[in-house]
Design a protein around this ligand. Structure first.
Ligand code: NAD
Length: 275
């Protein structure tokens, strides 16, 4: 049952998607949070509760990506089972209990991808990705020199290249043939999007698992129609010279508690009952 008022004073914020179902669940959750004595603080929360799907958690992450040292996340899903949102709508009291009892030192932490874009005029821009970042061109062939820690590995030609974190390996990465990685594996992954392979052009044609300390850079041909995605965000940048990826983007912290084991989540999401 719900705890007495003013027992914790933890600073929280709820980020939700705009579905009607979510609105109902978020309103109920808000009441329970107030009854538990949590303080609503949009500017400086300790805990951000996302209510919706994985996309909502990604939105919450990007909303607070500059405060990752002080913010921990917890997700409630209001649709089908989520990877980042593993509490269900009938478990709201458990969510409250979990937040009351969680400790920052026990949070689950997962690495983030640093995405560094160098422009032809020398400017540099940095993004953080929780799932993945993809570089692609609108319709023409993307041509890139692929370098692994400055070692020229291949010349890629195709639609694009996706780079994913361990936790993002079950998202877009999996759909394009990448490997599913346990999030405790400290590595990241490069996966091809529709590479050209014929008598003239050759790429590895397989997903590559990159060691934690290495970087991967794509030196790009001069073109003005690149699309760079960072999770659900899209950037139409002109004059990109290169994009460099590394796993030193810091970490995202999840509240410890109620977490379904990774391989259980994979099975529940993609396999179901084994008959
Ligand atoms: P969304 O919640 O609609 O996400 C789209 C789907 O991707 C949902 O089924 C969601 O559960 C799943 N998903 C997201 N992150 C996941 C993860 N880490 N592991 C397993 N499944 C995951 O919201 P959105 O704003 O479209 O989310 C953007 C993310 O969706 C992207 O980062 C991308 O990974 C994923 N996505 C996947 C595909 C695909 O697989 N073909 C296409 C578009 C987007």
């Amino acid at each position: 049952m719900i705890l007495m008022k003013n027992t914790t004073g933890k600073r929280i914020w709820i980020v939700k998607n705009d579905s009607q179902k979510t609105a109902v669940i978020a309103a109920e959750l808000e009441q329970l949070c107030r009854a538990a004595g949590f303080v609503f603080d949009e500017e400086n929360p300790e805990i951000v509760i996302s209510v919706g799907g994985d996309g909502t958690l990604l939105t919450a992450f990007h909303d607070y990506e500059r405060q990752l040292k002080t913010v921990r996340f917890i997700g409630v899903h209001t649709g089908h089972l989520g990877f980042y949102a593993d509490f269900q709508e009938h478990e709201l009291e458990q969510v409250i209990e979990t937040i009351v009892h969680e400790k920052p030192s026990q949070a689950f932490k997962y690495p983030l991808l640093k995405v560094q874009i160098k422009f032809t005029d020398g400017r540099v821009k940095t993004h953080l990705a929780l799932n993945e970042s993809i570089i692609r061109r609108a319709s023409k062939t993307l041509v890139a020199d692929v370098k692994i820690s400055d070692f020229l590995f291949e010349k890629f030609r195709g639609d694009g290249l996706a780079v994913s974190t361990p936790t993002g390996s079950t998202a877009y990465n999996k759909s394009i043939g990448g490997a599913v990685m346990h999030p405790r594996v400290r590595a990241f992954q490069v996966t091809e999007v529709a590479s050209l392979n014929n008598l003239i052009y050759r790429t590895l044609g397989a997903a590559m698992i990159i060691a934690e300390k290495d970087t991967v850079a794509f030196d790009l041909e001069n073109a003005d129609d690149y699309l760079l995605t960072v999770d659900q965000l899209e950037y139409f940048y002109d004059r990109i010279a290169s994009v460099t990826y590394s796993l030193d983007g810091g970490e995202i912290a999840f509240v410890n508690g109620g977490h379904t084991g990774f391989w259980h989540r994979v099975k529940n999401s993609f396999i179901g009952e084994v008959k």
